[in-house]
Design a binder for this molecule. Structure first.
Ligand code: GAL
Length: 418
């Protein structure tokens, strides 16, 4: 109902011609995003340059806050006041949500001209296209089931990447004893949810992950396997330092970079921080999969959608979409961002070992149909149940609740939010 009202409001403003200055008038594209950390901002420069080469200025509208919750709130307000940005970074289910209200530009002609159908993996197209029409353009493929480790600490303590969760627990005890924080963590719901992606995958594998977090099957949500995922969360809670509440993700990454902490469980945007600090994979830091998720691929893809404006032909939108999908831009952008390209035809040379591993694992997961969307980053379930699960996970992480109780809460929360 509210959305219908919002749409009517925007439509009315559009008809009266009083909307904000369009991209066509200014030869600029206003882009809203949440890439404000050092690594993210550097990667963004590649997109800005690409747009400039196409004759458009990039009007920057950053909204700080990892995971994008703050940006999504600001977007809602701007749409409500009839002044959406020209373009916005979007994740997963947010795209069909806005597209179904008819807010987003149809990108079919540029998609056909540039052959996007053949270039972008199916599980990503599932969000880029709504009712068969392209409405968003993917720039990267991030993966959430990574651990980033300080190599010096691992070498000093004679540790190698743990292959099982029990081994991770044993290693954490050794690290703690040596005076380091085993796990750098930022206590924000989206960061706890990011760890939960891996815990669920590790406890049950890709089929279970999909049954529980994509199909929202009550039997899977309420299962003993799900209890195991919460058990892992409890063990991880014991590995953090006392100052974790509220810490931004990139500050947690700095703890690993600076040798205060040994590991961080985070999507590969964390690698962007290592790259930005001049650190090298397998020299300064290690990248490996969360134990029990080796070979599994939990993806989080950043896409950009453009908003319909009163002026029906806004050429900046095509130039912008074309920049985001540009082969060279995707190669350069992702080498800095820590992700891999959303286009499958970008060569892997130029990517470091972590990137090359991700590229290989993505292709294997695509073939076996086990490339699954990140719950934490809006690619598994729509916002309603997602927020309900966030609450359960964060409550569990920050209290002494038992895993059995958390699982009961999970079933109820999802049931009420469906
Ligand atoms: C995610 C986004 C990533 C990364 C991260 C931290 O939502 O998809 O690209 O930037 O937030 O800000």
């Amino acid at each position: 109902m509210l959305r219908k009202t919002l749409f009517a409001l925007v439509a009315a403003i559009a008809v009266s011609g009083s909307s904000a200055v369009s991209a066509a008038d200014t030869k600029s594209v206003e882009v809203m995003h949440w890439w404000t950390s050092g690594g993210e901002a550097r990667a963004l420069e590649v997109l800005k340059d690409g747009l400039k080469q196409r004759g458009y200025a990039w009007k920057d509208a950053p909204i700080a806050g990892g995971g994008g919750e703050a940006a999504r709130t600001v977007l809602k307000a701007r749409v409500a006041s009839g002044n959406p940005p020209d373009a916005i970074q979007m994740l997963g289910f947010t795209i069909p949500e806005y597209a179904s209200q008819d807010f987003l530009t149809n990108l079919d002609s540029i998609a056909a001209k540039e052959g996007w159908d053949k270039l972008v993996p199916g599980p990503i197209q599932r969000f880029s296209k709504v009712d068969g029409h392209w409405v968003a353009v993917p720039v990267d493929v991030h993966r959430t089931n990574w651990i980033w480790a300080n190599k010096k600490i691992f070498d000093q303590l004679h540790l190698t990447p743990p292959q099982t969760f029990d081994q991770l627990v044993a290693d954490a005890a050794v690290i703690r004893k040596a005076g380091y924080t085993p796990l750098a963590h930022g206590g924000q719901p989206w960061q706890e949810a990011t760890i939960f992606d891996s815990a669920v995958m590790s406890a049950g594998g890709p089929k279970f992950y999909s049954q529980a977090l994509v199909n929202l099957d009550p039997a899977a949500l309420g299962s003993k396997t799900m209890e195991k995922a919460f058990d892992q969360m409890r063990a991880l809670r014991g590995m953090v330092d006392p100052n974790f509440p509220g810490r931004d993700w990139n500050l947690a990454t700095s703890m690993v970079i600076n040798g205060k902490a040994a590991m961080q469980i985070m999507g590969d945007w964390a690698k962007g921080e290592f790259v930005n600090a001049g650190k090298k994979a397998n020299v300064d830091y290690l990248c490996f999969q969360y134990p029990g998720t080796q070979g599994d691929f939990i993806f989080n893809t950043d896409q950009f959608a453009t908003f319909k404006k009163s002026d029906a032909s806004v050429p900046g939108e095509n130039a912008f979409a074309s920049t985001v999908m540009d082969k060279g831009v995707q190669a350069k952008f992702n080498q800095i961002k820590g992700a891999i390209p959303a286009r499958l035809d970008v060569p892997s040379d130029g990517f470091d070992e972590c990137g090359q591993k991700s590229m290989a694992d993505l292709r294997t997961a695509l073939k076996s149909g086990t490339m699954v969307g990140s719950f934490a980053h809006g690619h598994a379930m729509p916002d309603g149940p997602k927020n309900a699960v966030y609450d359960v996970v964060t409550h569990f992480f920050n209290t002494n609740e038992s895993s059995a109780d958390a699982v009961k809460q999970l079933v109820d929360a999802v049931n009420n939010a469906k």
